[in-house]
Ligand binder design. Structure first.
Ligand SMILES: Nc1nc2c(ncn2[C@@H]2O[C@H](COP(=O)(O)OP(=O)(O)OP(=O)(O)O)[C@@H](O)[C@H]2O)c(=O)[nH]1
Length: 370
């Protein structure tokens, strides 16, 4: 991470650390205990991580203390559609090198879920080799909002094959807000052998793996935004976007002639002018406008991105320009900033600002905690 971006990360890290008592309340502690007590009882543990932050989203109770490969664990790098594909490949290579079985997928893709079902079946067969009872139990674990419930729903829907069981589909709650799954529930995902998956509530350790983890988890949505200052998370996001090359792909988006340009947004916001747009306020239009603002602002920036103060003033200007791109009031109040921050975070979290892996894949030759 560049030095100036690190300054934003550090600030957010302090805020996140200060809040750990708020998210690790009685409910999470109870879920944590319930999961830990089941870990030794199941045949296989399916650990779901966020492919954008494979290290930061590791599930704390499973952090490896021994170099021995864990045959009973399968790691799923979910939300691979939001991560940089080349980095996901590197992470997969790294996992393989550390003898950890791993599948990268997008839980909304049927093909990805089929691949996961095949990997689970193969693992259960390997683990239960020679046993007469072929029923397999799988514990699905992970931090909040990584897509556990989306995965279990898709496995249950695609994997159940008995005709007699048609019409008995269950649904785990899927939500863009973390912490929606409150209880442990079982779902049948395969017959011959019968495989049951237990979906569990997301558990986030009150102590992070390292200083960078907290901010990355806040950015990717594992920590409730309502507990945080959305504006600080959005500042951190802009610091990252400003230091990456993705914006270059957004050149020439203004060809239709109806996008707000960065300079216009700057002048109109200072004069509190309201602009009329020819087209409707469709989501696509907003995404294009936001990308255009980012492209214009980064490419015309004459300062030094490595300098914290200069990066900060660029981010300030971007915030003003984004107010117009999102069609929110030109007033500079806290509420408006919060609204812009939430809208920007939503675009990032749904992949509409590009695919980013925020935890660099480790060098496959070096050993780190997996
Ligand atoms: N883009 C994308 N979004 C996903 C994927 N999987 C899940 N999601 C979204 O991520 C959000 C969280 O999904 P959930 O399945 O509720 O996550 P969870 O891990 O069960 O969350 P908790 O209840 O907090 O433990 C939802 O908005 C899902 O639609 C994926 O592969 N790609």
């Amino acid at each position: 991470m560049a030095a100036a971006t690190e300054a934003f990360s550090r600030r957010l890290s302090d805020a996140v650390r200060g809040l750990s008592g708020a998210w690790y309340g009685r409910h999470m502690a109870a879920a944590d205990r319930a999961i830990r007590s089941r870990l030794p009882l199941v045949d296989l543990v399916l650990e779901v991580r966020d492919a954008r932050v494979p290290a930061a989203s590791a599930f704390a109770p499973l952090r490896r203390r021994s170099p021995e490969p864990d045959r009973r664990r399968l790691v799923v790098l979910n939300k691979a559609d939001l991560a940089d594909p080349s980095q996901t490949e590197k992470w997969m290579a790294y996992m393989k090198q550390t003898s950890c079985s791993c599948v990268a997928l997008n839980s909304h893709s049927r093909e990805g879920i089929k691949e996961l079902l095949n990997a689970v079946r193969a693992k259960i067969r390997e683990i239960k080799l020679g046993e007469s009872d072929c029923t397999g139990t799988v514990l699905l674990v992970g931090i909040p909002n990584v897509g556990k419930s989306a995965i279990v729903n898709a496995m249950h829907r695609i994997g159940r094959i008995g005709a007699a069981e048609k019409g008995k589909l269950k649904h785990a709650i899927v939500s863009s807000h973390p912490g929606e799954t409150k209880d442990i529930s079982g779902y049948k995902v395969a017959s011959h052998p019968n495989i049951y998956v237990l979906d569990t509530p997301g558990v986030l350790s009150p102590v992070f793996f390292n200083d960078e983890s907290g901010p990355l988890l806040a950015l990717t949505g594992a920590i409730k935004d309502s507990m945080m200052q959305e504006f600080e998370i959005a500042q951190f996001l802009l610091a990252i976007l400003n230091s990456r090359e993705t914006y270059k792909k957004w050149e020439n988006m203004n060809q239709a002639g109806d996008m707000p340009s960065f300079s216009h947004a700057m002048s109109s916001s200072s004069h509190h002018n309201k602009r009329q747009y020819a087209s409707d306020h469709t989501q696509d239009f907003v995404v294009k406008a936001v990308r255009q603002v980012l492209f214009d602002s980064i490419s015309s920036f004459k300062g030094y991105l490595e300098n914290e103060n200069e990066l900060k003033s660029l981010i300030e200007c971007q915030f003003i320009a984004l107010q117009e791109a999102f069609r929110v009031s030109a007033d500079l109040s806290e509420d408006v900033r919060k609204l812009v921050a939430m809208k920007l975070l939503n675009l990032y979290r749904t992949g509409r600002l590009g695919r980013y892996t925020l935890d660099c894949a480790p060098d496959v030759r070096k050993e780190i905690v997996s």
